[in-house]
Design a protein around this ligand. Structure first.
Ligand SMILES: [Zn+2]
Length: 103
């Protein structure tokens, strides 16, 4: 049976046509989601800035924006992620300090 085994990772996407969950077997991706080969299981996403702009242009919310605006959006997003990483590291440090104090 091609990808319909009982003990398999199920793809977590919902079908666009009939709004039912995808029945294919999936692959656990780096971000913790399970995707089949059709729904981007093997893809690691757009790498270059040009590719990212091209992919975002297909979305409705970016349809009327030009390249510059999308580029600023991408860079702002990356900055936000860096800030989140810093915050997480700070929280982990604080947690360590807190537990070392209490025990
Ligand atoms: Zn799928």
């Amino acid at each position: 049976m091609a990808g319909r085994h009982k003990y398999r990772l199920k793809c977590q996407t919902i079908n666009k046509q009939n709004k039912l969950p995808c029945k294919a077997k999936g692959i656990l991706m780096k971000n913790g989601k399970i995707r089949c080969r059709i729904h981007g299981g093997f893809s690691s996403g757009a790498k270059t800035l040009e590719g990212k702009i091209k992919s975002l242009k297909n979305l409705r919310q970016f349809k009327n924006l030009n390249d510059e605006e999308i580029r600023t959006h991408i860079t702002n997003k990356q900055r936000h992620r860096e800030n989140a990483d810093e915050r997480n590291a700070f929280n982990a440090n604080m947690r360590k300090v807190w537990f070392s104090k209490s025990f």
